[in-house]
Design a binder for this molecule. Structure first.
Ligand code: 9MR
Length: 508
């Protein structure tokens, strides 16, 4: 039986598998200044107000109006997988479906999650490929869509089933070499497809000046424990990977396909598990959420709507949990239709909201916890990835960067700021790096003037006043403190053309 069939069979009733930041800045402002605001009536608006995205898995033949109305993030359910778009040498083919989805997302002001680059399943012509070929594919795929992809699942489902905590014993993980035989893949002499793929992806993002964030994604990694209180070794293994390769990894996806398998249930320690990854300094996303409507063995309740509410609340309670994606619109069009795991019934563009929809909307409208749990600083240096000497050379087929390198204005007292811009016809994403002077700072603000016709539509990791002309950005609660010589970043997306931006930074 091929792995796809075997996988589908497993999934039927057993374990299963598999960016908003755009709205975080503005949302934080709204939340603190207008706590009694009227409830929002769409998932995307409620999520944006709470400072996260709410997305959906989508296909080109199901781009009904609801997609843009209810959701502000889109993951191609199948159209960016290697079996669709990869050639055996790591080139690209058949990208029209993916292009359609990216264009639809862009015109509906939705973030895109690219899914996925390195995966044992649905590998198509890449099945059995070498790391060099995988690297070629990684470069070609990332560069095709550039910063229009907010998040890429670089590595998907690297860990095996049944809570063993081990890597999969199948390609591409069989390319692993544990050089000193100590049982892990984290030593300098080891080769590891996870590490090497992230290194390659990081190179491409850096070379292109892209804002794309790089994620690792898996299923059954949701709680600290699985049913019965057994430690979730798969989650622990994922945690070790992220901790050890933190310099290359920006984000972690918990697929959150909840069903009756003891390893796939919703546990009360979901929030604590999200928090421990957040404490490593990465963003956490719930990437493929669906919940069986009959969780008879589930240890914390049987009501689907209430279970959805618990998952949404766990994410809302951790500031670095920046997005939730449901794996489809309606039950009947889902990969697991018999379990009726989604928020809508109906089909073909005509959908009815379920109780689960109303529970999610209600929970999102409550916003983030007023007293978020304390976060500890990252244990490894965040933000600035470095590439070790073992890094393979940049693939010569990689197109040159599409954006000019950042320009550095003269530093002002306390801090300086640089901006790098990724532009496309009619829009842009700007990433602004704020660097403290020799002294540490506890607050910063950045002012810049947009050319006529340019308007900011979303901001992340900063509060903002103004949308056009002279616009002011200031730190949010978690990134105001910057040690001397260190940096933090925020970003914003807009329509129009934004060239010649000269940010001016002031600090306190
Ligand atoms: O939902 C996807 C379904 O249409 C495909 O047939 C299937 C093939 O493996 O993949 C499904 O999506 C999977 C995702 O890519 C990774 N995590 C598990 C998802 C459900 O199987």
């Amino acid at each position: 039986m091929n792995s796809g069939l075997r996988r589908r069979k497993n999934i039927a009733r057993t374990a299963l598998p598999t960016a908003v930041l755009l709205l975080i800045g503005s949302a934080v402002t709204v939340q603190s200044s207008a706590p009694a605001a009227a409830a929002e009536t769409t998932l995307r608006a409620a999520a944006a107000k709470a400072g996260l995205f709410f997305g959906v898995a989508a296909s080109p033949n199901r781009l009904y109006p609801i997609v843009g109305q209810e959701f502000n993030q889109l993951t191609p359910e199948n159209d960016m997988k290697p079996d669709r778009i990869a050639t055996s040498s790591g080139g690209l083919q058949n990208t029209s479906g993916a292009d359609t989805l990216v264009n639809h997302a862009q015109s509906n002001n939705m973030l895109v999650r690219g899914h996925t680059l390195v995966w044992h399943s649905q590998a198509g012509a890449l099945q059995g490929a070498s790391q060099a070929t995988l690297n070629n594919f990684i470069g070609n795929a990332i560069n095709r869509w550039g910063s229009r992809i907010a998040y890429w699942d670089v590595v998907n489902e690297a860990l095996e089933d049944n809570n063993t905590g081990r890597r999969r014993n199948q390609w591409p993980h069989t390319m692993n070499r544990d050089a000193n035989g100590d049982g892990d893949f984290f030593d300098s002499g080891d080769t590891d497809v996870i590490r090497d793929s992230f290194i390659r992806a990081r190179q491409v993002v850096q070379a292109g000046g892209l804002t794309t964030k790089l994620c690792i994604n898996d299923y059954d990694v949701d709680g600290l424990t699985v049913q019965g209180g057994t430690p979730n070794r798969k989650a622990d293994a994922l945690y070790d990977i992220v901790r050890n390769y933190r310099q290359y990894i920006d984000c972690v996806g918990f697929q959150a396909h909840f069903n009756d398998n003891p390893n796939s249930i919703i546990t009360n320690d979901l929030q604590a598990n999200i928090q421990r990854f957040a404490d490593l300094g990465v963003e956490v996303h719930i990437t493929e959420l669906d919940i069986d409507d009959d969780l008879s063995n589930n240890d914390i309740g049987t009501g689907q709507a209430e279970n959805y509410r618990k998952v949404v609340r766990a994410c809302l309670n951790v500031a670095q949990c920046t997005g939730i994606t449901v794996w489809g619109i309606s039950d009947s069009e889902s990969w697991r239709s018999s379990e009726r795991g989604l928020l809508f019934t109906g089909g073909n563009g005509s959908y009815q909201k379920k109780a689960a929809y109303h529970a999610v909307l209600d929970e999102l409208n409550k916003g983030r916890s007023s007293t978020p749990p304390p976060t500890t600083p990252p244990t490894t240096p965040p933000v600035t990835p470095s590439v070790p000497p073992t890094t393979p050379p940049v693939d010569p087929t990689t197109p040159p960067p599409t954006t000019p390198p950042p320009t550095t204005p003269p530093p002002t007292a306390g801090c300086s700021a640089t901006v790098s811009l990724d532009s496309w016809t009619g829009g842009f994403v700007a990433t602004v790096r704020v660097t403290a002077g020799t002294a540490s700072i506890s607050r910063w603000s950045v002012q810049l003037t947009l050319p006529s016709g340019a308007t900011v539509t979303n901001t992340w990791n900063a509060n903002r006043s103004g949308t056009s002309g002279t616009v002011q950005f200031s730190n949010v609660s978690y990134n105001g403190s910057v040690n001397g010589g260190q940096s933090t970043e925020f970003g914003f997306q807009g329509v129009g053309t934004a060239t010649g931006l000269t940010p001016v930074c002031t600090a306190a």
